[in-house]
Design a protein around this ligand. Structure first.
Ligand code: LLP
Length: 419
């Protein structure tokens, strides 16, 4: 359930006709529904009621300050993967002791920043990283709270680029090495072993892989206990999928029930890092049709948003439904919806049956709230688009469209090139 619905023939976000926002801010822009964001977070969080847990929204899916602020106000923690995300999280008001930090390549300055901020836990992804954290914590005269990210070698049955829990993936540490890692960690002066972590992939549409991973982690926790190493936090990562087209992922309540069932009798504090399931269907990308064009073998709809604005279709062959903001006349067409960029991979949809659209029409690219803006770039010197949040019958630009000046503001010409 989300708040993007037609009234008569016109698409609304909550109580605002999307056309009026486009007239005001221009296109393209990302549009988020406050009510949907809030609802999705609360449903997910409340699904774990009765369980000691901390839901740490995964910032990478959508890091807009307004989005972060909303989740913070609803009691969320934050899952980060960089110093930049830590900065954004603190700026949005997250308390540092509700922040967990994952990622295979944490730099020394990022580790220092997180140590000084006093985050809840580092999810450590290699033994070298463990030693570096210990060393940096020593210099700051601190003890760093860590979990080891274990790679449970479970097949999440998702796109290979977003599967992370297989042995061949770069993420986490295999079971045997993880046990070694825990032994080492428990002896290091500036490390406090507090948790265990896994994240097996993203856009997972069944509960089974999560449970397989959880069972494997539970066995590991028992083994560690036998060695005198007590685990307090169990971080299950994120990964729950959403409906883009005809997928039917488990409802968060079903997902929660399966996890809670499997955790019965343990006294662990559960940490979850959902991203997509919270924000994915709470946002859309609005773009305008620049031209229609009939090739010899294909029909093209040329839009003003391209792969730099929404990378998912070309990178993962991801499906995003495309709907007209105002439904017009005419039979449906089958077309490639493409962007203005000089690459054949620049498409939002291929061979897609859509409603008939003409030059000037507005299109809504659905389910674009997760990994949409955050993966956008300035390729082809295209200013990054605006982001707008609707609440009830009003809206607010939560990020201005970049200007041409913004494109060059951080660049400089060296003296040896002259004036
Ligand atoms: N925790 C960790 C350690 C992660 O690496 C991720 C996502 C999450 C949590 C959140 O996963 P989610 O609940 O959103 O599935 N750009 C890709 C998705 C990459 C996911 C990377 N890690 C896409 O557009 O599909």
């Amino acid at each position: 359930m989300h708040h993007f619905n037609y009234r008569e023939n016109e698409l609304y976000c909550e109580d605002v006709p999307i056309r009026t926002i486009a007239e005001d801010v221009g296109t393209p822009f990302y549009l988020y529904s406050h009510a949907t964001l809030k609802r999705h977070f609360l449903i997910f969080n409340e699904a774990f009621d009765g369980v000691d847990r901390l839901v740490c929204y995964s910032a990478k899916a959508n890091t807009n300050q307004a989005v972060l602020k909303l989740f913070e106000s609803l009691g969320s923690g934050l899952d980060i993967v960089s110093g930049g995300e830590l900065y954004r999280g603190l700026k949005a008001g997250f308390s540092s002791d509700r922040i967990v930090y994952s990622g295979v390549g944490k730099r020394m300055d990022e580790i220092d920043y997180a140590l000084e901020a006093g985050i809840l836990m580092f999810n450590v992804e290699s033994l070298e990283e463990l030693h570096l954290i210990n060393e940096r914590a020593g210099l700051l005269d601190l003890k760093a709270p860590v979990a080891i990210r274990v790679n449970p070698d479970v097949d999440p049955k998702t796109h290979p680029y977003i599967s992370t829990g297989l042995e061949k993936n770069k993420f986490g540490i295999d079971r045997e090495t993880a046990i070694e890692g825990y032994k080492v960690a428990s002896r290091l002066d500036h490390i406090d072993v507090v948790g265990i972590d896994c994240h097996i992939g993203s856009q997972i549409t069944e509960a089974k892989p999560f449970i397989e991973a959880l069972e494997s982690i539970k066995r590991l926790i028992e083994e560690l206990r036998g060695m005198g190493i007590e685990i307090k936090y169990l971080d299950m990562g994120g990964g729950l999928g959403i409906t883009y087209d005809d997928e039917s992922p488990p409802h968060p309540r079903e997902y929660a029930r399966a996890i809670v069932e499997s955790l019965k009798g343990t006294h662990l504090k559960l940490i979850l890092e959902p991203g997509r399931v919270i924000v994915g269907n709470a946002g859309i990308l609005v773009t305008q049709v620049l031209f229609r064009k009939s090739g010899r073998v294909k029909e093209f709809v040329v839009a003003d948003a391209g792969m730099n604005d929404l990378m998912r279709p070309t990178l993962y062959k991801a499906f995003h439904a495309i709907e007209p903001v105002v439904r017009g006349e005419g039979d449906p067409i089958t077309a490639d919806v493409v962007g203005p960029i000089c690459e054949s991979g620049d498409f939002l949809a291929q061979d897609r049956k859509i409603r008939n659209v003409k030059k000037g029409d507005l299109l809504a690219v659905m389910s674009a709230g997760a990994y949409g803006f955050t993966m956008s770039s300035n390729y082809c010197s295209r200013p990054r688009v605006a982001e707008v949040m609707v609440k009830d019958d009003s809206y607010h630009v939560v990020r201005n469209r970049e200007s041409y000046q913004d494109l060059v503001v951080s660049e400089s010409i060296p003296p040896f090139l002259g004036d």
